[in-house]
Design a protein around this ligand. Sequence first.
Ligand code: HXC
Length: 262
Amino acid sequence: MTDPLILIDTRGDGERRTRLITLNRPKQLNALNDALMDQLGAALQAADDDAGIGCIVITGSEKAFAAGADISAMQSHTYMHVYKTNFITRNWETIRRVRKPVIAAVAGFALGGGCELAMMCDMLIAAENAKFGQPEIKIGIIPGAGGTQRLPRAVGKAKAMDLVLTGRMMDAQEAERAGLVSRLVPLEKLMDEALAAADLICALSGPSVMMAKECVNRAFEGSLADGVDYERRVFHSLFATADQKEGMAAFLEKRPPKFSQS
Ligand code: HXC
């Protein structure tokens, strides 16, 4: 039997729990091939559909989150093959449809498609040994899973150009200074930190968490004026939820809220 390409676990002990997905091609530094991305897409969709799940964490090994798309699988691809099979869009983009928060817990290499996968997540928690980069330029291609768009939005044009045009890696400290990483922690604390953040999110009101994610994504994807209008509509709609009534009542009554997820 071959090893599964991803490992799926459920963590936490609250009413809603965390789905932990571990990329599992350690010998290939978690190089991302189509079979793995199909499985990751299915696992993400299943977690999103499961009412008992409040947050998703994606991680790799201590040596590599993922060292990129699988170069050995891509090397012989032709233009017609990638166009007709809708390469990348077909399975990598599933993550864009996930409505629950996704946290990337990154140790070691996050390169090429690995860096792009981490950037598709909503929060990026990195271990001190993490290394980020878009080295595609060194093998005759460019980032093709959103890297040329998400990296400049995350770190600004100057540093994005530097990374994309030279293919150099940046260490975790530089990535945190640049704003790519939300938290930087010692390697041995990485999973505790990511799962604790996920636990916190699981205990919140799911609908407001999903709407908050949608609004922040608008900031990333559209204009400021459209984003603010969109945020206001969603903000108004939250006053139709039971959890808004309960959350505010609990605050005023100085007690913990009991969210009904509705
Ligand atoms: C296929 C890979 C791989 C990859 C590593 N391996 N990265 N296989 N695709 N992206 C394999 C190696 O071939 C090797 O296999 C094994 O993993 C261990 O790697 P080593 O190179 O021996 O390890 P090390 O010396 O520690 O160097 C680590 C490294 C290096 C710096 C991360 O492996 C590297 O530069 N990898 C390629 C990074 C890259 O260019 N990524 C972008 C890919 S393109 P064997 O069998 O020899 O043991 C891309 C496109 C994105 O991501 C756009 C569409 C998604």
